[in-house]
Design a protein. Sequence first.
Length: 219
Amino acid sequence: MSDWSDLQKDKWINENREVEEVDAWDASSEDEVEKVEEEIKEPPKPVVKQLTKKQALQRAIELKEKELKEPQGDFDIYLEEKRKKELQEASDLENSKNLFSGLSVKESSSGEPISTFIPKTEKDFEQYSQIVSDYLLKYDSSIHYATFFKSLMKKVLVNVSSSDMNDISKTLTVLINEKLKNEKSGKGGNKTKTKVAPKKIHMGNELQNYDDFDDDDFM
């Protein structure tokens, strides 16, 4: 009877052991499945850090410097020259704005600042020319005034037709003739004064008289 109990007990222990092994295998399988699922999951996308304006500007400068260090071809040189020309034109435009910035304190007949006044009719342009001339005449005493106008005419007449430039040339010719006529008649305000030659000191006679003295005259 004891042997039978021992056999039953061993059988029960073996059955429990098999059940435990099956449970352990099932648990291990589930862990492996979960691990595989985690591996096949798409990795999280990296968070893109947005640059500040200062950082973006610094980055742009670094890229530009790197680009300039690289050897340039003929086309790159052409683009660089074009860029320099555009910068120069922008600088000239800014200088022109600064030159006429003082006109903004004056107002047109409509009451708006002259800087925003856009002449359309012939009368408007006459009014505009009067305001501009009043402003520029403040500097007519400068020795660089004529040079300034030569440079100004080259820039402001660049898009004027040859016919209009011919009319402007005729107007200048009339002004020149009137100026010459006034200067000859003594009415010109800028008439060149005749330079007076410095007086010469004549010492010839005095030296001759000094030589006529004899040493005995002082005895």
